[in-house]
Design a protein around this ligand. Structure first.
Ligand code: AGP
Length: 609
């Protein structure tokens, strides 16, 4: 996620903006910039890399002015570079943006036809041009922004300044946070509370669809219809560290709750419901090439490997392409049967996992096509790939992977639909159904998160057990593995994931009253069989916790606890089932007092073998 900061007051804006951006560094970024306005002149300083680079640049080439905007960029469209760094300028208009403009390509085409020249690869620059051309036609600054917001679709927190209008900053919000901070005779704007706490604790949060006109010490807020909105000023009581976690106790919990936004941002701008098509801008595959693909080798580690196990079902059943899954640490020492008709698909949050990265050498030697799904733009794995599908989860701070995992599943789903359409195995009607289901996903996850208090109470009951078993079938078996890994890595309790059908081949010997068994039992084609496994466990005194998506059957299930979840479509049920398992692991770890965000012995990215 990018970081936005704005200032209008009596002090020099640049040092204040720089310090505020430092308080947003926890969000992760790869470039930064600042624009200040002084006596009708706009000066912009931008650079790739960290804020120290920007500070050095400002020391070398100072700027002056009491009105300014600043930005730290977490790249989504366009590589990290000075030209892609924000702020972006068009004419007298300067803008910084956090979010994704879904329809930026069609807007860019329209602007090009009007003779607009572009200096960056970003979606944000389009917005500057759209506002600037309206002001050039004589429209008021605020009205020009309002009209532009009607043309763009997507998630945004936008902050504008106008060279010819030094008294005002204009701010707009849609599904990406932005907050106004009230100082003494000065006003601050930021993506998040931490950037404001050194100057004020009095804040006003904008709501979706709202547009704000901020002047020195006052503001007007308008809703999407242009009606004035009155919003109370709130007093923030958090300390700085709590503020970075958005008021959540840990980054992991914040990231669990960030999943509806992250999932929506991962498919935003990539699907056309009308045509039943998926456009993956950085995956360069033609229909002819896809028709020749004979096998996809999915390679990853840890949680990302679990995503690949689900991805195998999607790629084989939606796109009709044989797929096999391997740990990076195993693949690199095998002699996999690959050729130019093979695809290596690496999945990695960090893009730096050494065992996964090693797969590229093997694939390259066998002339296979190399694709990756990654959350960090321009990291090592995408750089070694022929094509990449970025998840837009935003930085994942907690070592335990949550939103990265569910956005990986979303990316695999998008890829399966795209490949199925390219090789003709998936017809338009089928694709439209799958994409309509995908559009429901953020809502399903919002609904699933509502069982948090129930899971928290269950965690209190289960925190003292020393061994857990997680059971699932088919497309949800990998989620049993993921639930077990989450518990292991943050609570240090031993846990195993197993295919439910395997119980009778060994694990059932483990079952007694000292072993909680978490059973994933959506009302799917395996349901009756899974109920049989559940009874086997019950008969041996096992404490059974069932996750199901059918309230009716939930009532009939005899178990220690039944958690009833929203009903999703088959291939997205794994994502719904994951949420309670993330929460269960989190609350058991909290109860046990472990270091949830930085568990012992673990690193966020394993860059060594
Ligand atoms: C998952 O919670 C762990 N943090 C770990 O298994 C992780 O998924 C694995 O190390 C792979 O990391 P990557 O996705 O960055 O490649």
């Amino acid at each position: 996620m990018c970081g936005i900061v704005g200032y209008i007051g009596k002090r020099e804006a640049a040092p204040l903006i720089l310090e505020s951006l430092r308080k947003l560094e926890y969000r992760g970024y790869d470039s930064a910039g600042i624009a200040v306005l002084d006596d009708g002149r706009v000066t912009i300083r931008r650079c790739e890399g960290k804020l120290n680079n920007l500070e050095t640049l400002l020391n070398r080439q100072p700027v002056s002015g009491a009105v300014g905007i600043g930005h730290t960029r977490w790249a989504t469209h366009g590589r990290p570079s000075e030209t892609n760094a924000h702020p972006h300028r068009a004419g007298d208009v300067v803008v910084v943006h956090n979010g994704i403009i879904e329809n930026y390509l069609e807007l860019k085409e329209q602007l090009s036809k009007r003779g607009t020249q572009f200096s960056s690869e970003t979606d944000t620059e389009i917005v500057a041009h759209l506002v600037s051309e309206k002001i050039e036609r004589g429209m008021d600054f605020l009205e020009a922004v309002r009209r532009t917001l009607r043309e763009i679709r997507g998630s945004y927190a936008l902050l504008f300044l106008n060279r010819r209008d030094p008294r005002r900053l204009i701010v707009a919000k849609n599904s990406t946070p932005i907050v106004i901070g009230w100082g003494e005779g000065e006003t601050f704007i930021a993506s998040d509370i931490p950037a404001l706490l050194d100057y004020t604790r009095k804040v006003t949060f904008l709501e979706d669809g709202e547009l704000g006109e901020v002047t020195l010490g006052s503001y007007r807020l308008f809703d999407a219809r242009g009606k004035i909105v009155h919003r109370p000023v709130k007093e923030i009581t958090w300390d700085a560290v709590a503020a970075q976690k958005g008021g959540f106790a840990h980054f992991m919990l914040k990231e669990i709750h960030d999943q509806p936004r992250a999932l929506a941002d991962t498919f935003r701008g990539r699907i056309s419901l009308k045509d039943g098509q998926v456009s993956l801008e950085d995956i360069h595959l033609k229909a002819r090439e896809v028709k020749q693909i004979q096998r996809i080798h999915l390679v990853a580690c840890g949680t990302a490997w679990h995503a690949c196990l689900v991805g195998k079902f999607m790629l084989e059943e939606i796109a009709g392409i044989p797929a096999e899954v391997d740990y990076g640490s195993e693949f690199r020492y095998r002699s996999p049967l690959m050729d130019p008709k093979s695809i290596l698909l690496m999945v990695s949050q960090s893009g730096e996992t050494a065992d996964t990265l090693a797969a590229t050498e093997i694939a390259r030697a066998k002339k296979a096509k190399i694709l990756s799904i990654c959350n960090v733009i321009d990291s090592s794995i995408p750089r070694k790939s022929h094509g990449v599908l970025y998840t837009h989860a935003g930085p994942e701070i907690s070592v335990a992977s949550t939103k990265a995992f569910t956005t990986q599943l979303t990316a695999l789903y998008l890829l399966a639909v795209a490949l199925g359409r390219l090789n003709g195995k998936l017809k338009q009607a089928g694709a439209r159904k799958l994409l309509r289901d995908l559009m429901h996903l953020p809502h399903w996850i919002e609904e699933t998160l509502k069982i948090e208090s129930e899971v928290k109470e269950l965690a209190r009951e289960l925190m003292h057990y020393g061994d857990f078993l997680y059971l699932g079938r088919g497309v949800n078996y990998p989620i049993a593995l993921e639930g077990a890994l989450k518990l292991k890595e943050i609570s240090y309790i031993h846990a195993e994931g197993y295919p439910a059908g395997e119980m009778k081949h060994g694990p059932i010997a483990l079952i007694d009253e000292t072993m909680p068994v978490v059973v994933l039992a959506p009302r799917d084609r395996y349901f009756e069989k899974t109920m049989g496994n559940l009874k086997e466990v019950e008969a041996r005194g096992g404490k059974v916790i069932v996750l199901t998506d059918d309230a009716k059957s939930g009532g009939a299930i005899l178990a220690h606890r039944v958690l009833t979840l929203p009903k999703a479509c088959h291939y997205l049920t794994p994502i719904v089932m994951t949420i309670p398992l993330q929460l269960l692991a989190y609350y058991i770890a909290v109860q046990r007092g472990t270091d949830v965000d930085q568990p012992r012995n673990l690193a966020k990215s394993v860059t060594v073998e």
